[in-house]
Every structure is written in structure tokens, then in C-alpha cells.
Ligand binder design. Sequence first.
Ligand SMILES: Cc1ncc(C[n+]2csc(CCOP(=O)(O)OP(=O)(O)O)c2C)c(N)n1
Ligand code: SF4
Length: 485
Amino acid sequence: MEGYQVIHEKSPAFYDNYDRKGELQQQTHYCPGCGHGVVHKLIAEALTELGVQDRAVLVSPVGCSVFAYYYFDVGNVQVAHGRAPAAATALKRANPGSIVMAYQGDGDLAAIGTAEIIHAANRGENICVFFVNNSVYGMTGGQMAPTTLVGQKSTTSPWGRRSHNEGLPLHVCELLAALETPTYIERVALSDMKNIMKAKKAVKKALEIQKNGGGFSLVEFLSPCPTIMKMDPVVAREWVADTLVKAFPLGVYRDRKPELPVDAIVPVKTIAQALDAEESTTEATIIRRHHHTRDLTVKMAGFGGQGVLLMGQLLAQMGLREDMEVSWLPSYGPEMRSGSAHCHVTLSHDRIGTPLISQPEVLVAMNELSLQKFAATVASGGLILYNGSKLPEGFTAPQARVICVPASAVADGMGSAKVANVVMLGALLEETECLPTESAISVLEEIVKNPKLLELDRKAIAAGRDYVDTKIEVGAVSQPDGYSY
Ligand SMILES: Cc1ncc(C[n+]2csc(CCOP(=O)(O)OP(=O)(O)O)c2C)c(N)n1
Ligand code: SF4
């Protein structure tokens, strides 16, 4: 604006608009005066100043900051309660060049997540942990946290915390500083501008340490929660300064120079190197990799006992044979037999971001329940293979082609109901042409040791392929081209 100089701008590390309802897109979901907003700002500014936004990953917790991914324009992963340090470990190890931050409240880090934080710190993971200690469980309405002060009332300590009954408050910085491995641990307070500036320096330092491969850092923020404390925001800040700081002394609890950068101590090996296997980077392999193979996402579902998970494993193994990237993600209830079971399989020529498939290109439904449950999730233009001779009455899936393959009946006819899954696999391979038949046979040859069973499986694959080739029946009404629309 003419005549004015803008000196406060939203950090580029935040999205321009937040993924919230229209009128709320410029504001966060935090209560007025909440410390989370301040910590977000400090992290965003530090990411920009260090030029690491493009490779930063934020691991959001369960707690009031569960929606941190609404705001930060970085890689975002939201994890189960207390598990941020474990997820951050995996992210960092898989992508050593990334800058990984675990963001946690005191309930999240110091109660349900006690084990994760201690072990991540003890391993000296090259990650940053930002720990917001507001002395209560904010999100769930103010239960006692491990950091609740002696005498402080909460919904679960209505008479005030008693040391003889609930123990004394847990001092996380002091606890972790007793370990040898961590590099940097500091406690700061969001009580006033001077302390907020100190907090900013601490955030930047922690990120800088990680950037230089320096190891584990944790910054604890003593933070106001005006809503749960039933205080005016200004009073809540004063309470942090006058009361919380007295119980949790501020300061640097660990600041050491690691002898060597973490990345230099642990050489990063490829899986092939670690297994002493040949690297598959020769020209020949690269050419082979793309021969007759196709990227595909598949969901396979049915009853436990129908071999749904095995069918997925076979498909993934076949992809491996062709040097594709593959993933197999199983899911089943506590009761394996007769319960529902499904798995996700991805075949890809590129690295796979997540094994979870929300919109599969292909659904293999081995029973009616799975068909009804998952058909709507199939991507537009996708394919549904249904284990049956006709579709249930009234069933529609307008966005997908639906093919009925009576795999169980075909398998019965071959003398073994058990191979229905392999019949269906044959049908899948024929219809999608995602992998060459030879790889299917060679995987079966390796896995199935019994010659009779192997022969049966070979026949089952062939029967499935043959069925799709010659006898497709689609839906309740057969179409000349075998498809329903
Ligand atoms: C496994 C599991 N247990 C319990 C809960 C309920 N829960 C949600 S948030 C929360 C506490 C969060 O408190 P804190 O980490 O201090 O974060 P704050 O909300 O204060 O920022 C709990 C117990 C849950 N979501 N998942
Ligand atoms: S309840 Fe407390 S911690 Fe949660 S958003 Fe509100 S002020 Fe922040």
C-alpha cells in the first residue's frame, strides 16, 4: 500500500489459504492466546531463513495441533498419539536429505509417547522434536498431563495434583539430558517477547543442527493454554512466566558438538548393498524393467481364508521379478478365518509414496460384501473383478468396468476350491496386462514346492486367463464385449 512498508508478512512456509471452511481460510483453529500458534510461526520463519522448506517434513501429533498440516506448506504426516518420534525416525532414515520435525504436546510426548521419545533421543536420531508443554491435555478438555503441577486442578485431578497419588511432574528436558546421545536440548517459555525471541533462536538452532547432520535436538516450549486454564490470554502468559517457569526451569540442558556428523558415522547403503546383492542399475535391467509391465494400484478383498492376502503377495512378488517398485499392505480383523480381509498392492516404475490406496484402479472383490463395500472407491475408468457369475441385483458402479469371473466355481470345477484366488489372479493378469505371464509362473515355481499343487496353480492361472479371454460375463446382463457400463 502506498506510503506504508509491510514489515510483518505471513511466512512463505505457510500455505496462502488454509484447508478449512471458506471464511476460516485465513485463520488457524487455535484458541486466541494459544502458544501453538506462536510455535508454528517460529518454526515457519526458521524453515524459511534456513532455506529448507522444500525438504522439510512435519510430523503432526494427536492433540490440539493435530491439524498442523493445514498450515505448513511442507511435507506433512499425521501420526497416531505419541508416535511422532518413531515416524520421524523412519522418514529421516528413508530420506536422509530431508529435514524432519516431530511436533508434540505434553500429553502426546510425555504420557502415551514416553517410550518413543526416550528411544529416539537415545538413538541420537538426526531429527528435531518441538515439544509444547502447556501442563494439560488441551484437546480433550483439560485432563491431567504428566507435566501438570502439584496442586494444579484438572478434570482428572479435581482436588489438585497430589504427589503421593499422581507423582511429581515429569521434567522431560532433564530426563533426556541424562542420556549420552542427544545433541541439543533447551527449554524456553512463550511468556513474553524476550523469551519468545529466545525460543526463536532455539528453534533455528535445532533445525541448523539437523541440517548439518548433527543429531537429536529437542526444544520444550512452556506454553499458555488460556481456554483450559480459564484465563484471559494475557493472564495465561503471566501464569507461564510466574508459575510454570518456576516448576520447569528454563535453559540449555544439552549442547554438545558431535564428534562427527551423524551422516558420516552411519554410511547410507542401498538395500542391495546391505544384502550384498547386485545393484540393478545396468542398462539391461532398466530395459527389462519396463518391458510388458504397467503401473497399477489394486485392492483385493474378501473373507479371511479365501487367500486374498496371498493373492496380493503373489502379485507383488511378480512385480519384483520385473524390477518394479512394489508395495503390499494387508488389513484383516482379529479373526482371520471368515472375518473380512483385504490388501492393497501397488506396482510402479517409480518410488512408491504410500502403500495405502484410497482409489484403486482395480478392485478384486472375492465376495459380495467386498463388492458392495469397496466398489464406490474404485477410480473413474477403473476395473472391478467380481468373484461370481452375475452381479447382485441392483448393484451399480457407473465409474468402472465390472467383470464377473466365477473364480470359486472355476476352481471347484478343477477339484480344489482353494485355488479360486489363483484363478482370479490369472483373470487380473489377462485383463490388465500389468505383468508378463512368465513372471507369474516363475514366482509360483519358487513358492509352491509341492509339484501337484504347482501344477494345479499353473492350471488355475491359465483358467483365469482363459475365462477372461473367452467367456466374460458382465453384470447381470451379458454384453457382447464383456463389459458393463
Ligand atoms: C490412542 C489415543 N488415546 C487417546 C486419545 C485422546 N486424546 C486426544 S488428544 C489427547 C491429549 C493431547 O494433549 P497434549 O498432547 O498435551 O496436546 P494439547 O492438546 O494440549 O496441545 C488425548 C488423550 C487419542 N486420540 N488416541
Ligand atoms: S485448548 Fe489450549 S492448547 Fe488447545 S488450542 Fe485452545 S488454548 Fe491451545
